[in-house]
Every structure is written in C-alpha cells, then in structure tokens.
Design a protein around this ligand. Sequence first.
Ligand code: NAP
Length: 246
Amino acid sequence: MSERKVALITGATRGIGKEVAIELAKNGFDISANYRSKGPEMDALKEELEGYGAKVVFVQGDVSNFEDTEKMVKETIETLGKIDVLVNNAGITKDGLIMRMKKEDFESVININLVGTFNVTRNVIPYMIKQKSGRIINVSSVVGVTGNAGQTNYSASKAGIIGFTKSLAKEVASRNILVNAIAPGFIATSMTEVLSDSVKEGINAQIPLKRMGTANEVARVVKFLSSDDSSYITGQVINIDGGMVM
Ligand code: NAP
C-alpha cells in the first residue's frame, strides 16, 4: 500500500473544514485538524476519520495568532511526520454597513481570514520547500471577486486571499508547490444558517442551480485540488457556486 499523505486543515471541526477532513481521510490522507475552541463534535469526528484508516491529530490554535500557528504546524510535523496539503479554511464574518462597522470588526475579519492564511502558510512553506512538493488550497469566496454590500471587511479579506494565492503560486511553482483558491458561493453551514428564510429564498432565486451548495460539494473540489488529477493547475480561483458568478 502506498504511504498516506498528510493534510493540515484549519477550522476543521465543523462546516466546510469538517467535510474536507472527511473527504481527504476517505482518500488516503492522515489528518491534522485545527480547532480554535473544543466542541462536543470532536470525539465523533475523530472516530469517523479513524474509521477511514486515517491517523488523526487535533491541533488547537487561533490562526490570527502567529505563535499559535507555529505551534500547530510543529505539532503536526511531530505527530504525522510531514504536511503534503494545507487547507486554509478558518474564517469568520462580521457583516455590517460601513457607516456602522466598528474598526474592531473590520480588523478581526482581516486578521482571521487573511492574516490567518499568511500565518499558517508562512509556517508550512519551509517544510514544503524542503520536501520539494506541496499543495495549498485557500478558501476565498465569490464575494472576494464580486463584492457584496454589508461585507466590506469580509470581501476585502477574501479578495486579499486571491492576490495572496496568485503571488504565492508564482513564487513557489519552481519548488513543485501548487497554490490555488476556491471561491464558494452560498453553502449551507452555520455561517449561512443565520440568514432569514426570506434572504435565503432571495439568494436561491439568483443562483442558476436554484439552491445553496453543500459543504461536501466544496470538499470534493478540495479533494481534486489535493490529488494528482490537478497536477497542472496552480494560481487559479475555482468558483463553487451553482453558477452564481460567471
Ligand atoms: P463555519 O461553519 O462558521 O466554520 C468556520 C470554522 O472556522 C470553524 O471551525 C471555526 O472554529 C473556525 N475558525 C474561525 N475563526 C478561527 C480562528 N481564529 N482560528 C481557528 N479557527 C477558526 O463556516 P464555513 O461556512 O464552514 O466556512 C469555512 C470557510 O469557507 C470560511 O473561510 C468561509 O469564509 C468560507 N466560505 C463559506 C461560505 C458559505 O456560504 N458557508 C461561502 C464562501 C466562503 P470555532 O468554532 O472554534 O470558531
């Protein structure tokens, strides 16, 4: 049997991150699952991932804190030996119109979504360069491309992730490290659960496929970008949005 690969996924205990962990575990990866706050679902997730034959380690840390990310990467290497794939998934929203948006709400979204992506990547890259291979998949959003009223902080962070992805892809291509971003549209997770039914209906009406996506539909694209099937793709932003943005 071929050696298992190792994936580090941030924000892996629920939503899209959790589905990514499951999909990659099913496909031959050992999993380092980052979490910020311990939730009751973690024991069941560990059992599920191990059921697919994966070695699993949970690494605690706030991605906006550089020392935490240094620690979580070190723990992953110590327990699982390497990192083949990094999925920068952890993210938050703090929506509001600019007139009412507090400086702290702007900063915390940038610090977690964008600076967090830098922090984890900065700590993983030396290992990938040394092993002369790696995949980095950054979770952006369609609003990082289109903008969205009430989300200046969030869309700035997600647009920043796209620029980060393209620059890094150019920087490390010669080291056999492929860097891509995904841009989900509206995906049914706790992030979108807070929207009212009428808002959800309005959104669905604008989506050619007329529904929200599932976290698993996003995870399967991450699986593709983590696999040998995507060996000639780097610096791209792949929309997963039911046709919402074309
Ligand atoms: P979610 O259900 O709210 O999950 C977010 C995850 O990120 C949680 O596990 C959370 O952990 C973690 N997280 C938040 N802040 C963190 C921090 N500072 N350090 C470490 N972990 C942190 O959201 P989701 O919908 O799965 O979103 C996942 C990613 O997809 C995000 O980057 C989001 O922006 C992006 N996205 C989502 C949608 C959508 O429609 N759902 C669309 C486009 C893009 P805690 O529970 O400990 O806070």
